[in-house]
Write a protein that binds this ligand. Structure first.
Ligand code: SF4
Length: 366
C-alpha cells in the first residue's frame, strides 16, 4: 500500500489500493521518487500499461525484479471489467464495461471497422449515463450516473484493442454522455490517445449537443480535434422539444461558438442529424438547415433513427430517408451524407445495452 495516500488523493479501489492506470506521469514519478526509485521508471511503467497493453506486472521485463514485487504488492492495475460483448453481422462490436470498484456503473463503447478494412473507429463514452435527456436517445433515459475519469475513457481504447485484436485508428466521442459536461477528463484523455495510441488529433471527433463555453475551451486547447454538433433540428422551438438543454441555450449562441471553432480549426464542422420521421424532415426543416449551413460551414451526417423500447419516434423508411437526403443535397451548400446505422442487431446505438441491463436488474430485484 502507498504511504500517505490520503494526502495525495490517488485513485483507489475499495480496499484502498491505488490503481496504476489512474496515475498520470507526474503522480507516478512522485510515488517512485518517494520510494527511492528514479523518475524515468515512470515512463517505462506507463509504456507497459498503455502502449504495450500489458497489465501483468510479472512481464514488465525492463524493471528490476524487486521493483516488480513492490508494484504487485502496492497497486492494482485494472479499472474496467468487460460485462458484455456483442458482434454484429456487419462486423460492429459493442462492449459494455463496468467500473471495477463500482460494478453497478456501466458504460459502452462501439467498435466500427470500415468496410474497406482500413479504419477502426471506436465510439467512446465520456460519462456513464447522461444528464441531458434527449428524447430520441436511450442513454438519456438513464440519467447521469457519473462522470468518467480520463483513465476510464482511455481504457476503453485499450480494452477494445486487446479484445478485438484490431488497432484503433479513429475515435468519436458519441457514446454515452455529453463530453462538454466532463471536458477536463475528455481533454486529458484525448492528449493521451495522441501520445500513447498514436492517434492524430484530426482522427478524433468530439460530438456535443452545443455547450458554447465547452466549444470555445476545446477550440483553445485542442483546435485540431474535429467537432460535431448534434443538431437534430435547426428550428429553435423544435429543438427544445427533443433536447431539454436547448431551452437554456439558443441556436444563435451555439452558432457564435461554432464560428469561433471553425476559425481556429480551419475545416468544415459536422452537423449530426437524426431523422425523426414526420418531426424534423419537412421542407421547413430543409430551409432552416440551409440557413444554418450559410452561417457556419459544416457537412451534414443524416442518421436514420434507431428505435429503442418506448421511444417516442419510429425508424424512417428508406424512401423517407432518401427523399429528405435528396432534397437537402440539392439545396444545402456543403456535403450531405446518410450514415446507415451499424450494429442494429446488437442494440448498437448508444445507451441501448445499458438500458437493457438496467431493465434486467430491475426485473431481478422485483
Ligand atoms: S444524445 Fe448525447 S447528449 Fe443527448 S441524452 Fe444521448 S448521450 Fe446525452
Amino acid at each position: 500500500m502507498i504511504e500517505h495516500n490520503d494526502k495525495h488523493d490517488y485513485p483507489m479501489n475499495n480496499e484502498k489500493v491505488v490503481y496504476l492506470k489512474g496515475l498520470d506521469a507526474e503522480q507516478l514519478k512522485e510515488i517512485l521518487v518517494e520510494k527511492g526509485y528514479q523518475e524515468y521508471r515512470a515512463k517505462q511503467i506507463l509504456n507497459w500499461i498503455w502502449k504495450k497493453g500489458e497489465s501483468d506486472i510479472n512481464r514488465w521485463s525492463d524493471l528490476p525484479a524487486s521493483m516488480r514485487e513492490w508494484l504487485k504488492g502496492s497497486f492494482s492495475v485494472e479499472i474496467l471489467q468487460l460485462t458484455d460483448k456483442r458482434i454484429s453481422y456487419d462486423g460492429t462490436i459493442k462492449f459494455t464495461f463496468s467500473l471495477v470498484n463500482e460494478p453497478n456503473i456501466e458504460l459502452e463503447s462501439v467498435l466500427i471497422p470500415s468496410r474497406d478494412g482500413k479504419r477502426n473507429t471506436l465510439c467512446v463514452s465520456s460519462q456513464a449515463g447522461c444528464a441531458i435527456g434527449c428524447t430520441f436517445c436511450a442513454t438519456g433515459t438513464l440519467g447521469l450516473l457519473r462522470n468518467l475519469q480520463w483513465y476510464h475513457i482511455l481504457d476503453q481504447l485499450l480494452q477494445a484493442q486487446k479484445i478485438s485484436g484490431k488497432k484503433i485508428t479513429n475515435v468519436v466521442f458519441m457514446g454515452m454522455g455529453e463530453p462538454m459536461q466532463n471536458l477536463k477528463n475528455v481533454i486529458a484523455a484525448i492528449r493521451k490517445m495522441h501520445d500513447f495510441f498514436d492517434i492524430g488529433y484530426r482522427h478524433i471527433t468530439v460530438s456535443t449537443v452545443g455547450i458554447p463555453k465547452g466549444i470555445i475551451k476545446l477550440a483553445d486547447e485542442l483546435p485540431r480535434v474535429r467537432l460535431a454538433l448534434s443538431l437534430h433540428s435547426a428550428i429553435q422551438e423544435k429543438r427544445e422539444k427533443i433536447i431539454p438543454l436547448a431551452k437554456a441555450i439558443s441556436l444563435d449562441e451555439i452558432v457564435e461558438a461554432l464560428k469561433y471553432y471553425y476559425e481556429k480549426h480551419g475545416r468544415w464542422l459536422t452537423f449530426e442529424y437524426v431523422i425523426l420521421p414526420g418531426f424534423n424532415d419537412t421542407m421547413e426543416d430543409v430551409t432552416a438547415l440551409v440557413d444554418m449551413g450559410n452561417r457556419v460551414p459544416a457537412k451534414i451526417n443524416l442518421i436514420p433513427f434507431n428505435p429503442f423500447p418506448e421511444a417516442p419516434f419510429r425508424a424512417p423508411t428508406k424512401r423517407e430517408i432518401y427523399r429528405f437526403a435528396g432534397i437537402l443535397e440539392r439545396k444545402y451548400p456543403y456535403p450531405v451524407t446518410v450514415r446507415m446505422p451499424r450494429g442494429r442487431d446488437i442494440a448498437g446505438a448508444c445507451g441501448q445495452l445499458a438500458l437493457l441491463h438496467k431493465r434486467e436488474q430491475l426485473k431481478e430485484s422485483q
